[in-house]
Every structure is written in structure tokens, then in C-alpha cells.
Write a protein that binds this ligand. Structure first.
Ligand SMILES: [Fe+2]
Length: 253
């Protein structure tokens, strides 16, 4: 299990920008990032100048920005003391594996992009990722068919509900859209049903994630972007209240 171990230095899907990329990336660099997203489901980009880089313009070259639940295009992921005791990105606890926006009706955001204002100092705070398509491949044909047909109710996390927003959607764990598979999964924010399938799938993904995850401590001057139709993500707990990331949600192109 890789959880808790920062493997950022030897990720197999990383692009290092060696020139002084102060405001934007060139086409070759973007092509490499897109290739890594297609091949491995994520890309970690190092070597940009954090103070000057135009993150929204870079994001827009990957996909169209989608507003967060509160209407913001760029969401601050940092400590919110009002929700300290609630399961939510705005505290310092671990986040279990999920795909983003299970509560959205219709296709979820294709890409999630995170960058760092200040990393968590000390232990923890890594974003964790595992390949959901590899999990899908481990399933029997019969299980895969059932995961395409059985529909469940997914809802906003308690932290989002606490801040006054609520959304829910009914959909299966596996979908197809535009000729691509979409994995939609959240261990917590789903109405449990005793259909002989859901509980087993939730546990199976959790175990798979524990075994396969890579942990990325996103540092200033770096961007982590992943394919949210394919990758599961989570977070390791941390103890630095100043940790601050920013996030954008993007549709595919
Ligand atoms: Fe998330």
C-alpha cells in the first residue's frame, strides 16, 4: 500500500517544464500532458512559476470550466473551521476514495485540476489516486453488466449540505457517454441498498484503492490534473492548518 508515502518524485505520469514557463505552456507541453491523461489518467506538471502562471487559461486549453456548487470557477481547498467535525475537503481529515460530483445529474466533470498555494508542511495532505479502469478490468462480465444497470441515489457531501447547497442524482456506478466509460463512485455519499451488489462494489473499490493508490503531495509550482471519468481520488489526513490548494472542474473537449 502506498497511502501516506509521497511518491511524487517518481510518478510515471509527470511533465517537468524545464524552461521558465512563467505564464503559459507551449503546444508540445500540452500535447505531452494530454498524452499522459489518455495513457495513465493523470498528469503531474512541475516547474511552473506559481506567482505568474495563468492557471485558468491553462485549464481552458484542457476543457471548459464548470462552476462548483457555490458558483465559483476556482474553489479554495483549505481549512474551514465551521465544518471541522464534518466529513469534507474543508477539514484536515482523510478523504475516502471517490470520483468528483457523483451528485451531479448528467455526465460529471471530465477533468479535475488542483494546484498549490501552500503545501501541508509535515506529514500528510497528499492527494491519492488510483486507476478506476484497472478496477473495472478486474470485474467479471456479469458484475460489470450489473454495475451498468443497477441505479443508486448519490448526494452532496455533508460539508456541502452544511454550507447550504444540496444536490442528488440517480445513476449506476458504470456508465457510457460519448463512447467512453464513466466510473462514478463515492464510498460515503450514496444511499445504501441491499441489492447484493452495492456493498460489495463499495468495499471492493476501497480495497483496490488501498492497494493501488499513488500519493502526490502537490507543491507550489506544480499542477495535478486527472481524468475524473476514470480515476478515483482521495486524500491523506494532515495536521497543517495552512494547507491551501485551488481546484477547477473541467468538461472534456
Ligand atoms: Fe474530491
Amino acid at each position: 500500500m502506498n497511502g501516506g508515502i509521497d511518491v511524487t518524485q517518481h510518478l510515471r505520469s509527470a511533465v517537468t517544464i524545464s524552461r521558465n514557463a512563467s505564464t503559459s505552456l507551449c503546444s508540445d507541453e500540452l500535447d505531452e500532458i494530454r498524452t499522459q491523461l489518455d495513457k495513465n489518467g493523470y498528469s503531474y506538471i512541475r516547474g511552473i512559476s506559481p506567482g505568474d502562471f495563468d492557471y485558468p487559461s491553462f485549464a481552458a486549453r484542457l476543457g471548459n470550466p464548470i462552476p462548483h456548487h457555490n458558483g465559483e470557477l476556482i474553489w479554495d481547498v483549505r481549512l474551514d473551521p465551521t465544518i471541522e467535525s464534518i466529513y469534507h475537503a474543508g477539514n484536515m481529515g482523510a478523504l475516502l476514495p471517490h470520483t468528483e460530483a457523483v451528485e451531479h445529474p448528467g455526465p460529471p466533470p471530465r477533468y479535475i485540476m488542483l494546484w498549490c498555494v501552500r503545501e501541508a508542511r509535515g506529514r500528510g495532505g497528499e492527494t491519492t489516486l488510483a486507476d478506476g479502469y484497472a478496477w473495472m478490468k478486474s470485474l467479471s462480465e456479469e458484475t460489470r453488466r450489473s454495475l451498468h444497470s443497477n441505479r443508486y441515489t448519490w448526494k452532496s457531501s455533508d460539508g456541502i449540505i452544511q454550507s447550504g447547497y444540496y444536490s442528488s442524482a440517480v445513476h449506476p456506478i458504470l456508465e457510457e457517454f460519448d463512447g467512453r466509460h464513466i466510473l462514478r463512485y463515492d464510498y460515503i455519499d450514496v444511499e445504501r441498498e441491499d441489492d447484493g451488489l452495492l456493498d460489495a462494489a463499495l468495499e471492493d473499490v476501497k480495497e483496490f484503492f488501498g492497494e493501488q493508490q499513488v500519493a502526490v503531495k502537490i507543491e507550489p509550482g506544480c499542477i495535478l490534473v486527472w481524468d475524473n471519468w476514470r480515476m478515483l481520488h482521495g486524500r491523506n489526513a494532515f495536521s497543517d492548518p495552512e494547507r491551501h490548494l485551488k481546484r477547477m472542474l473541467l468538461s472534456g473537449r
